[in-house]
Design a binder for this molecule. Structure first.
Ligand code: BGC
Ligand code: BGC
Length: 565
């Protein structure tokens, strides 16, 4: 391979910043769609065409090295409108069943393969030690061992088996200690305009972890170990720092620990503009990160500048040819592994995306994720009493799915097809239920039973960092209106983490934490009416007050004593 071909393999570009002919001309190794990198229209067919355009360009080059197309398929192939959206990881952590998680990985791989995508930046194997973090929902929970077990299960599902004949490359992230950063520790680099306009966001996401080395290793390394043992061949570096040093430039942790001590033979990919944060001098930043052990750079925009800098760095000896060869060997190894089982996307019907059997699996997962926080004695409720259903979230797929759904931050509204709680309730035979999103029926009529669905607003990453995680504006009032009108009130909470809602917990007759259940709420009613039992357990301690939040930071064993609502 020529130097240009090698450097090209180490380059990953956002789909909106290059054309297929750039892929061929610069030997680009990987293209990604970020959280908002969707084709228009956002349909499975348009995704397949988008990916195929780039993949064919790579296949048409002299070496014909297959392209890796990466996305954040973090709860299903979740950028794609119409894909099955599974519960976010916090819900799967509550369900706690490896086999369920493995099947979800397999279904996700199939829906990805049908759109031609062969790499997901998943699973997040973060151990979230502070629920104020905006990525808490991407974590299976606070217990290291539990996270490690489920991480391996997801990797193994994504890696497929000979039955499905479909595999995608997984990417445990973010290495290392992303879930242990300190509130208020984010160092917003002045040369990164990226953060401008985000106000109070990024309070701990991308921040600094001050854990002693022992704790960093015992609490945060095992999920990577188990994901790698399950076959993961790429790992994403964390935006965060350890004791003031950015992971993207951390030679001891990336090269010494991960590749050396742990023997990781796959490749390390940087995060979105993560390299840029190392230095205001981009050449210096690139050299630092490649020499620290980053093998592929998620540039993601100005790839020509990145490639030119790489050539200069090799020419002046600041990056050795050995380092380049090592990086490319690792990338090609992972590509060979994927290509080994590569099915032509055309062999899989587009209807694989959002297939009924996947939606059934998502419905099962949502049901099994739900945790009954209080009120075991009032459940099950009877289907023969008139029921008042309230809360916008009861009939809003966007709120049900949360961030990283169709868009980076997610959003309320009918963002993608699925079944809302209200739609699921309407399918319960003979149920006498009315739905009033505001909880205000306009009459003084009382109801024997009320079901109110309240939610956090969707978010992802730093915009989700929040000093006191709570309900979206107006939902407490909806709850209060429902409380006045209903004898028995069951509250269903959609959220990416435990919330500080002591009034809702205290004044409800029963409270269900349903996390971010995804596109299929179909089986949630069965928990209320008693045809199914609650199985979920809390993956994070549930706070009773705002003051408790800063005290409830740290490993699972130190905090769970505090957790009863
Ligand atoms: C996130 C990663 C993600 C990447 C690509 C970053 O902002 O930190 O988790 O994989 O974007 O969308
Ligand atoms: C990407 C994220 C990225 C963000 C920042 C989104 O479109 O998906 O990965 O961090 O943009 O601009």
């Amino acid at each position: 391979m020529s130097l240009s071909e090698k450097i090209g393999q180490m380059t990953q570009v956002s789909n909106d910043s290059l054309t297929p002919s750039d892929v061929a001309e610069f030997h680009i190794g990987s293209v990604l769609s970020g959280g908002d990198g969707n084709p228009s229209p956002n349909t499975p067919g348009a995704w397949r065409d988008l990916v195929r355009g780039f993949a064919e360009a790579a296949a048409g080059t002299k070496l014909a090295i297959p392209l890796l197309y990466g996305v954040d398929a973090v709860h299903g192939n979740s950028n794609v409108r119409g894909a099955t959206i599974f519960p976010h990881n916090i819900g799967l952590g509550a369900a706690g069943d490896s086999e369920l998680v493995r099947r979800i990985g397999e279904a996700t791989a199939l829906e990805m393969a049908a759109t031609g995508i062969n790499w997901t930046f998943a699973p997040a194997v973060s151990v979230a030690e502070d629920i104020r973090w905006g990525r808490t929902f991407e974590s299976f929970g606070r217990d290291t061992h539990h996270v490690a077990t489920l991480a391996a299960a997801l990797v193994s599902g994504l890696s497929g088996d000979s039955n499905t004949g479909v595999r995608v490359l997984s990417c445990p992230k973010h290495f290392l200690g992303d879930g242990s950063t300190t509130w208020g520790s984010v160092d917003r680099k002045p040369w990164m305009q990226w953060w401008d306009g985000w106000g109070e966001s990024w309070m701990m996401d991308q921040g600094d972890s001050t854990l002693p080395y022992e704790d960093l290793i015992t609490r945060h390394l095992p999920p990577f170990r188990s994901a790698i043992d399950a076959g993961a061949l790429s790992v994403m570096a964390s935006y965060s720092s350890w004791k003031g040093d950015k992971l993207h430039g951390h030679v001891e942790l990336l090269t010494g620990l991960l590749k050396g001590e742990q023997g990781f033979s796959g490749f390390v990919v940087s995060d979105w503009m993560g390299v840029d944060q190392l230095s205001p001098d981009y050449s210096e930043a690139v050299t630092m990160s490649i020499n620290a052990g980053v093998d592929m750079v998620m540039v993601p925009f100005e790839f020509r500048r990145f490639i030119a800098i790489m050539h200069d760095a090799v020419a002046d000896g600041s990056i050795s040819m050995d380092r380049i060869d090592d990086a490319v060997t690792r990338i090609l190894g992972a590509k060979l592994w994927v290509a080994d089982w590569r099915r032509d996307p055309d062999e899989l019907p587009l209807s694989t995306v959002g297939a009924d059997r996947h939606r059934e699996l998502a419905a099962e997962a949502a049901r099994r994720s739900a945790v009954l926080l209080s009120g075991a004695t009032v459940l099950p409720i009877s289907t023969s009493d008139p029921i008042l259903v309230g809360g916008q979230a009861a009939d809003d797929i966007g709120l049900q799915c949360g961030g990283w759904t169709v868009g980076w931050q997610g959003s309320a509204g009918a963002t993608t097809p699925g079944t809302t709680l209200w739609e699921a309730l309407r399918k319960v035979p003979n149920l006498d239920a009315v739905y009033e999103p505001t909880g205000d029926t306009g009459t003084s009529e009382r109801y024997r039973i009320g079901i109110v669905c309240v939610a956090e607003d969707p978010y992802a990453e730093g915009p989700g960092d929040c000093a006191v995680p709570s309900l979206r504006p107006g939902d407490v009032e909806v709850f209060q209106r429902m409380r006045e009108r209903c004898d028995v009130l069951v509250s269903i909470v959609y959220s990416g983490r435990p919330l500080v809602i002591p009034e809702v917990v205290a004044d409800s007759d029963a409270v269900v934490a349903a996390w971010l259940p995804g596109s299929e709420a179909t089986e949630l009613p069965s928990l209320l009416f008693g045809s199914a039992q609650f199985e979920g357990t809390l993956p994070q301690p549930w706070p009773t007050s705002a003051e408790q939040l800063s005290r409830q930071v740290g490993p699972a064993d130190r905090t769970t004593t505090d957790s009863a609502p």
